[in-house]
Design a protein around this ligand. Sequence first.
Ligand code: AMP
Ligand code: MG
Length: 487
Amino acid sequence: MKALDELTFDNRFARLGDAFSTHVLPEPLDAPRLVVASDAAMALLDLDPAVAETPVFAELFGGHKLWAEAEPRAMVYSGHQFGGYTPQLGDGRGLLLGEVYNAAGEHWDLHLKGAGMTPYSRMGDGRAVLRSSIREFLASEALHALGIPSSRALCVIGSDTPVWREKQERGAMVLRTAHSHIRFGHFEYFYYTKKPEQQALLAEHVLNLHYPECREQPEPYLAMFREIVERNAELIAKWQAYGFCHGVMNTDNMSILGITFDFGPFAFLDDFDAHFICNHSDHEGRYSFSNQVPIGQWNLSALAQALTPFISVDALKEALGLYLPLYQANYLDLMRRRLGLTTAEDDDQHLVERLLKLMQNSGVDYTLFFRRLGDESAALAVARLRDDFVDLAGFDAWAEQYKARVARDGEYSEEQRRARMHAVNPLYILRNYLAQNAIAAAESGDYSEVRRLHEVLSKPFEEQAGMEQYAQRPPDWGKHLEISCSS
Ligand code: AMP
Ligand code: MG
């Protein structure tokens, strides 16, 4: 366990030089204070969780103090936003403070979001508000607990600094960590600005640090791209299986590591709705729930375009062709498990599709349906869940098919079925209204609800005593919350 001044820095991205990032110091927040910290994320850095409560913690992550070995940098990148290319983006309000490594030798970026203006702030103020910082913190840690790859969050620091959005709010910072903050948009930036040397340096950096096993392949860059395609197919399969809607799948928000990254107006589905759009400025539904699958491929093809100086177009196309079959295989595998099946049959895809079709427009809670399905035997569970559906005849037909499929799957006790299903079907997810309740309390200075919610969501598959209120369907007011995309 380390104290704060014992972190070991190795700022590899900063060493790439000024073409990649600009030195910028954080702008401190007024009266910084700890809102919430993640013990699990602190453990990644070998940090003793007790240090979160010390004043120096809030000073460090509220922009007042800096380690002598830190090298705060704003990174430059670009990206396709809602399908159109924006030539220059970059860390407009986040700073890569440095990279630290733990006792196991793993490197972690310390990225402070909301740290003030940078050369890439464009029209923005460089700040992040408390509301969006809490949402990012909760989502990163909740996704991780669900087994969905994500950037992590160490803490949220609140403050008295006024920040103007639709109304006056308070500034906050979230300390985000990941093995890398390199996005698809980093490659696009050097490709479209025609800087082949820097682009090659970036590609080498990513290959050496994050895909070293690809070095062994005859075409290392191609092997790396294939790996990125695979990781994204797996990631998006998990989003779809668990009902996570990212909301802003621009290529500058896509991680080169295939992890969930850059949280905005994201949402988990409450009632199942394939066409759900969580970002209310996404008028055409480009990033609707079901569109995440083809958009994943679209984004990978934008990255492929940027890699054409290194890899032949034919090879890139072939690698891109892996995406959809891999996505489908991963998704089906997860959905089989969510249904409690241990074997594979050809018709399983159809079984899943029919179920989702019945759920659509029925007002069935996506998370609780699967949880309840595992509570008891298939026959008892479907009989109990039946009333939630509108098309009862349709559901009965599905239920017969499901029961027959479960019978063919093997002989398992109710106990075995429950244990297996509850291990993959969460009871607690980050519902928008739960986040909203925690944010409202935090905005009035009470951080206990954010902390409790974080705690509950860190064990989403385990029923926790006294936490029933977190495992409910949302109340009417909480069903169609408009989450502001300003952050
Ligand atoms: P996002 O929508 O958060 O992914 O951000 C898109 C781009 O806008 C990135 O380059 C951000 O750094 C930048 N940006 C977002 N909000 C702000 C802000 N308040 N101040 C400065 N830049 C911002
Ligand atoms: Mg972004």
